[in-house]
Design a protein around this ligand. Sequence first.
Ligand code: SF4
Ligand code: SF4
Length: 425
Amino acid sequence: MPSVYNWQIGRQMRYPYEQAAPKEQFAFVININRCIGCQTCTMACKSTWTFAKGQEHMWWTNVETKPYGGYPQHWDVKILDMLEQANPDGQRWRGKANGDSQKPYGEFRGKTVYESPEFVARGKQPNQVLGYLPTDEEWRFPNIYEDVTQHGQSKPMDFGRGEDISEGKKHRAWFFYLARLCNHCSYPACLAACPRSAIYKRPEDGIVLIDQKECRGYRKCVEACPYKKSLYRGTTRTSEKCIGCYPRVEGTDPETDGSPMETRCMAACIGQARMQGLVKVAKDTAWIEDRYNPLYYLVHVAKVALPLYPQLGTETNGYYIPPRWVPVSYLEQMFGPGVEDAVQRYRAPDRELLAVLQLFRRSNQIISRYRIEEGPRVYQTEVNGKKFEMYDDTIIAYNRSDKEIFRTKVEEPFYVRPAKHANTI
Ligand code: SF4
Ligand code: SF4
């Protein structure tokens, strides 16, 4: 059984499949603080890829309301429960998030989904990967518990360690929107579990695809994917999943003249919550330093974007800026030990972070690098007793050919509608 290095859990890990790292890796960052749950991303994907017969229940990308929502229903509670059984001593992390790029979140001491199967009584042959097959019923309600809050506390919520979220005011209730798609994992569970080797990771961009000609619909990938992002289609008797909008990422869309373009779900986001790109990775899948790639900056320099359930062990390529108003203990289980620092940094962003956050959704093209031109200080205040300054810097985005795509400023321009166009009717 090959052993691989998983930098998100800070250690070597068992992975039941031999594979090479891609040249570049598809990755994305979703800023939960900006997601308004409008489902535009969901519909952009659905209307592009899953509108045919037999795909009615397929939502390759979806937005669920946490803590109760989930598609399929309770997917995270179920897999975490199984992992808990496999880790009787708890899912423990050792060390703290720090600057070490080999172990940025410390080390996960529990067992991942690849190291657990034999510890869980399954009543049959142990599988390669810890997992379960959702019932038909669980796939039926993609929006169940939408906008349902965690509440019922007679006293204000205890936010645990760290500071209370909104400037000293305690919330009695909270929820947040978790937008999800296939993470095009570096160590995909779907791929490892397929007995037909029908699933592969593209060497050029790390996008994970199911070869429809090879698939026989055994649903091993559906069972194995801990994020439940491989789905079965009864009409074709094959499994299907997000294809990372690969024709767009390849740059074959005439709109961008050969330059890589973001996926449909990313480009459609009206909340300016999503950014997708390509990052350079080494043979061991660690990210190669690329200081001015915005994804590299958000994940490895500013460390405000964190992987979803890193303890599962698939080394996901989807990252999230955690919400500011949710108890830390809940977020830590979801995003690992880097949460508290990430929330603090996001609450009072430094000059560069504030500028990089303006890059979200200004263009459909994938941003390969950015540059900042300094502007004047326009605002200052105090956040948590510390000085906070805002500068009206200009941030400039470049595509793969190093051509400028756009430039934007930290302070958004203020437009006054002329009186003769007071409304649009
Ligand atoms: S999220 Fe699931 S379907 Fe997507 S690559 Fe990872 S294991 Fe496979
Ligand atoms: S389009 Fe953007 S803001 Fe709307 S639900 Fe999707 S991620 Fe959230």
